[in-house]
Design a protein around this ligand. Structure first.
Ligand SMILES: [Zn+2]
Length: 277
């Protein structure tokens, strides 16, 4: 049975491939590794993102060599980046750097090195209206580039009530990106159309979230958002969580075989176009 963790991070100074081995030992078969800002490469101009992305691509390659897990990569300028760059670079250079970072991610998707663009979005902490607007602008560019490259985006935004999902869905519409090609990482069990407006929820795999999601249906994926930070081991959830949780849900009868097959097979296959055999 395929088991996908839809959103995990690894870091060179963290557990790295050892974390993925824990995932594999627990029964995990597929993972989406999401880029995050690494130490050591400071972003001053757009092309610095290429060096940053290479760290994710190298980690993924190492994981492929040392495990049998199918490893996919999402690349993009992190949602907080606009806010972080703003003071030192100023508005114009910040937007230029962000947009170039987005273009480089799309280029690596077209070259087949990355699966999609993510995690991108907007800050989940309070920022000025200018920074908010600039974050929205780069997020929208990411969606447009995903549409052009035929790939998926993974978004991270402020925690979302239905009105936020609706706003993001309309943003996707405005650039012609299919709503289901927008995966909303760090989702609660917002799996009904009335809650997510057709975007695709990647549900953070707490026990409560997954039970609540399964009680409503099977249109969702599961993630840990493991951040591989030596100072916060096991945050947000440990690498083995998705396979363990899935098995526990099956044993408890909360997942049917059909639910598991959809969550870990049919949906990822459809949303990302990957082979889930
Ligand atoms: Zn994340």
């Amino acid at each position: 049975m395929p088991i996908l963790d839809d959103h995990m991070h690894l870091r060179p100074e963290g557990k790295g491939v050892e974390a993925l081995k824990e995932f594999e030992r627990a029964g995990g078969t597929h993972v989406i590794l999401c880029h995050l800002p690494y130490k050591g490469v400071k972003i001053k101009i757009g092309r610095d993102f290429r060096k940053q992305y290479q760290i994710s691509l190298d980690l993924a390659e190492k994981c492929r060599r040392e495990t049998s897990v199918k490893v996919y990569v999402m690349l993009g300028p992190y949602p907080g980046h606009v806010a972080w760059l703003w003071d030192s670079l100023g508005p114009e250079a910040t937007l230029q750097a962000m947009n170039e970072g987005m273009e480089i991610a799309a280029e690596l998707v077209r070259e087949g090195k990355a699966l999609g663009i993510g995690e991108i979005g907007r800050p989940h902490f309070p920022v000025s209206p200018e920074i908010w607007a600039a974050s929205n602008e780069t997020m929208k560019l990411g969606m447009r580039l995903a549409k052009e490259a035929g790939c998926t985006v993974q978004l991270h935004t402020e925690s979302a009530g239905p009105e936020v999902w609706k706003e993001l869905a309309e943003m996707a519409d405005s650039v012609g990106l299919a709503r289901e090609k927008v995966v909303k990482h760090y989702s609660g069990p917002a799996i009904l159309e009335s809650e997510n407006h057709g975007l695709f929820p990647s549900v953070l795999s707490s026990k409560d979230n997954i039970i609540a999601a399964a009680n409503k249906g099977s249109r969702f994926m599961m993630e840990t958002d493991f951040i591989d930070d030596p100072r916060r081991p096991g945050a947000v959830f440990a690498p083995a969580t998705v396979p363990k949780r899935t098995k526990a849900m099956l044993e408890a009868g909360i997942f049917t075989e059909e639910t598991a097959a959809k969550v870990h097979g049919e949906w990822p296959g459809k949303i990302y176009g990957i082979d889930m055999e």
